[in-house]
Design a protein around this ligand. Structure first.
Ligand SMILES: *[C@@H]1O[C@H](CO)[C@@H](O)[C@H](O)[C@H]1NC(C)=O
Ligand SMILES: *[C@@H]1O[C@H](CO)[C@@H](O)[C@H](O)[C@H]1NC(C)=O
Length: 293
């Protein structure tokens, strides 16, 4: 009798654990819960019961969305599938930003191209309202053929931009040498698609082909393991996400990831402000000369 009820209890506990696991997997991300479409008059859409979001651009307007929550540190993952075919002149921006004139910002921007020509990934980091820290990359795959994961790891030590788990850029906390680092202003997540054929593709030489409109980018599987700012108490935050552990809060690049980062920088980086001495005749920004540890 005693052992029977023991098995019954174990079965019931096991059943509930299974239910919890299944419900978490099945739920995944829900774009209705996490985001607001903020502009574009119907050109931004949440579909498939909240599992997929699409933004489109035509000759009348682009579109955009933003997260309902504000984050202060976290690991943010999103799968994006960029505008396929001839996307020249279009820009899809995917970034985190705080508000105001001394805002902080962590940017990915995807500059479209002619069919078969590579997309450019433009990245930047603003601290205290100042950017001018551009790095640009091509990719080792076609980002329009399928969904790929674009991630930002942001903690008090570092900011790491990753693509499918491969780091492409790191912005370390170098406050000790006087470089401001984003660590007090919470940021929302934003994305938008717009026409930038004045400058985007080959410096503006190639214009948007409106006969191909609408241009559509797609988003799925959003996940934020992050500290979420609660609106009621401005300075406090609660940890949210898949786990209540926070490994991302102290995570830094280990030697294998550092090696991957080097590989990307050696083979796919096409612009680095830190080597643009013509642009900074008074000397490169201080973070450029800091020794990489
Ligand atoms: C925008 O595209 C539509 C449909 O292709 C076309 O009829 C219209 O003339 C275009 N408008 C402008 C301002 O180019
Ligand atoms: C477009 O393709 C050209 C030719 O391969 C390349 O030089 C350029 O970096 C690509 N991206 C943009 C945004 O122009």
């Amino acid at each position: 009798m005693g052992s029977l009820s023991y098995f019954k209890v174990t079965k019931i506990v096991f059943f509930f654990l299974l239910l919890i696991i299944i419900s978490r997997v099945a739920y995944g991300s829900n774009y209705y819960e996490d985001f607001d479409i903020t502009w574009g008059e119907g050109r931004g859409k949440i579909v498939n019961n909240g599992e997929l979001l699409t933004l489109s651009l035509d000759n009348y307007s682009g579109s955009g969305f933003q997260s309902k929550k504000e984050y202060l540190f976290g690991r943010i993952d999103m799968q994006l599938k960029l505008v396929p075919g001839n996307s020249a002149g279009t820009v899809t921006a995917y970034y985190m930003s705080s508000q105001g004139s001394t805002h902080d910002e962590i940017d990915f921007e995807f500059l479209g191209n002619l069919s078969g020509e590579p997309y450019t990934i433009h990245t930047n980091v603003y601290t205290q309202g100042k950017g001018e820290r551009e790095q640009q990359f091509h990719l080792w795959f076609d980002p329009t053929a399928d969904f790929h994961t674009f991630s930002v790891l942001w903690n008090p030590q570092t900011i790491v931009f990753s693509v499918d788990g491969t780091p492409i850029r790191e912005f370390k906390n170098l406050e000790k040498i006087g470089v401001p680092f984003p660590k007090t202003q919470a940021m929302r997540l934003y994305s938008s698609i717009w026409n930038a054929d004045q400058w985007a593709t080959r410096g503006g030489l190639i214009k948007t082909d409106w006969t191909r409109a609408p241009f559509t980018a797609s988003y799925r599987n959003f996940n934020a393991d992050a500290c979420t700012k609660s609106s009621s108490r401005a300075s406090s935050c609660t940890f949210a996400g898949k786990s209540n552990r926070t490994p991302w809060l102290s995570q830094e690049l280990d030697p294998p990831l550092r090696k991957r980062l080097k590989w990307v920088q050696n083979n796919y980086m096409i612009y680095n402000y830190c080597t643009d001495t013509k642009r900074f005749p008074q000397g490169l920004p201080p973070e450029c000369n800091a020794k990489v540890t």
